[in-house]
Design a protein around this ligand. Structure first.
Ligand code: SF4
Length: 349
C-alpha cells in the first residue's frame, strides 16, 4: 500500500487544480495574497476579488503605498475585514523591514501581521520550495476523519495531535503537489457536507469511512451559541443622496463605511438633530435583517428616513452624503451593501 503522501500526490497530478490564478508562479506576493484571501473564503469567490486586487495593487510596493481606505474598498464584500488591515500592515513591513523582498523562512513569515503557522507554511512551500506542514480547516477535517481523531479540532490538545500528524505525513519531495493535494482534497472530495468518499484516493485506509463515522468527524464545537446583537441602521436620505459614515476603529466592520448605527428608533428626530444638525421629515422601519458572523448573529433593523438641512457632523466619525454610484465605491460590509441596493429600488419606485 503506497503511503498517504504518494497517493495524494498522484491524485493531485491527475485530478487536482492546476490553473488557479495564483498557481504556476514563485511570486511570493501573489501567493501570499491568495493565501490570505482563501483563509475564510472559498476559491470560487476569491478568484474575481484576487484578479481585481492584483490589477489594482500589482506589487507589494503598490499595496504598501496605498491608503488603507483604498485597500478596504477593494476588499469590500470578502468579509473578515481584519484580514485586509493585516494585509496592508504586512505589505508595509515587507517594504520597510525586508527591502520589498518577502522573507523565506516559516518563522519570519509568521512574524508578519495576519500570517499564522499554516499560512506561513503554504507560502514557504509554494514560493520558496520549503518543506513545511499546513493545517488549515480543510486539512484538519481530512486528518480528523482519516485518522479517526476525536475532539473539537480547535482544542489545544487536539490541535497539537493534528499538527504532529501533519508533520509526520510530510513527504521528502514533491512538497508543492502534496500541499496542493491536501487543499484540493479538502475542497473537492473530503468536504464538510456530503464528502465524495467513493472518489477519494485515501478511502482504503480512512478510519471514519471504515467505521461509518464520516458525518460525526471532526467533532463539532460544543457549548456557546453565537451571541445575538440587535441594533438599527439609519438610512438617512436627503434628496437623492444617502448618509454614510466610517465605523470606529474597534468592533465589527472597523474602518469600513456604513449607515450610522443606533440602538433604538426612539427619539430619532432628536438624535438626528444632535448628531448631524439635520431635521427629520419622515421615517419607516424596514423588516429585520439577520446576518450571521462566526460568533455573533446580527439582527439589524433598517430605518429609512428622509431628512433636510445642512450636515453639521458632531461625531468623531467621518460622515458624508453620497450619491448611490459614489456609495457603491466605498468599502461596505455585505449587509450594508445589500441595504444600499434595496434602497436604490425604493428610490426607483
Ligand atoms: S474516505 Fe471520505 S472521509 Fe475519508 S478521507 Fe476520503 S473523503 Fe474524507
Amino acid at each position: 500500500m503506497p503511503d498517504i503522501a504518494s497517493r495524494l500526490i498522484a491524485w493531485q497530478r491527475r485530478q487536482g487544480r492546476h490553473h488557479l490564478p495564483w498557481q504556476n508562479t514563485r511570486d511570493a506576493y501573489r501567493i501570499w495574497l491568495s493565501e490570505i484571501m482563501l483563509q475564510q473564503t472559498q476559491v470560487t469567490t476569491v478568484i474575481g476579488y484576487y484578479e481585481r486586487f492584483m490589477q489594482k495593487f500589482p506589487t507589494v510596493q503598490t499595496l504598501a503605498a496605498a491608503p488603507l481606505a483604498r485597500v478596504l474598498e477593494h476588499w469590500s464584500g470578502l468579509g473578515y475585514y481584519r484580514r485586509a488591515h493585516h494585509l496592508h500592515a504586512a505589505a508595509q513591513s515587507v517594504v520597510n523591514d525586508y527591502g520589498s523582498v518577502f522573507p523565506e523562512s516559516q518563522e519570519q513569515l509568521m512574524a508578519l501581521p495576519g500570517i499564522g503557522r499554516s499560512t506561513a507554511a503554504a507560502i514557504a512551500v509554494f514560493a520558496f520550495g520549503r518543506r513545511a506542514a499546513i493545517l488549515d480547516g480543510n486539512v484538519r477535517r481530512f486528518l480528523a476523519r482519516h485518522h479517526g481523531i476525536e475532539g473539537f479540532p480547535g482544542l489545544p490538545a487536539v490541535e497539537k495531535t493534528l499538527w504532529s500528524l501533519a508533520e509526520q505525513l510530510l513527504p521528502r519531495q514533491h512538497l508543492e503537489s502534496y500541499t496542493q493535494g491536501l487543499m484540493d482534497l479538502g475542497a473537492q472530495i473530503c468536504t464538510r457536507n456530503k464528502p465524495l468518499c467513493a472518489q477519494c484516493p485515501l478511502c482504503s485506509d480512512c478510519v471514519a469511512y471504515r467505521q461509518n463515522r464520516v458525518q460525526e468527524l471532526p467533532t463539532p464545537r460544543s457549548g456557546k451559541a453565537p451571541v445575538r446583537r440587535d441594533f438599527c441602521l439609519l438610512i438617512l436620505r436627503r434628496n437623492s443622496r444617502v448618509l454614510l459614515e466610517t465605523r470606529a476603529d474597534r468592533g465589527i466592520w472597523s474602518g469600513l463605511w456604513s449607515f450610522p448605527e443606533c440602538n433604538t428608533s426612539n427619539n430619532l428626530a432628536a438624535l438626528i438633530r444632535t448628531r448631524w444638525g439635520l431635521t427629520l421629515i419622515a421615517k419607516t422601519a424596514q423588516p429585520v435583517m439577520v446576518h450571521k458572523l462566526t460568533h455573533r448573529t446580527l439582527h439589524i433593523t433598517p430605518i429609512l428616513a428622509t431628512v433636510r438641512g445642512r450636515l453639521r457632523n458632531a461625531t468623531a466619525l467621518e460622515a458624508r452624503f453620497l450619491s448611490l454610484p459614489e456609495a457603491r465605491q466605498c468599502a461596505l460590509p455585505a449587509p450594508v451593501r445589500r441595504l444600499l441596493e434595496q434602497k436604490m429600488r425604493f428610490s426607483a419606485t
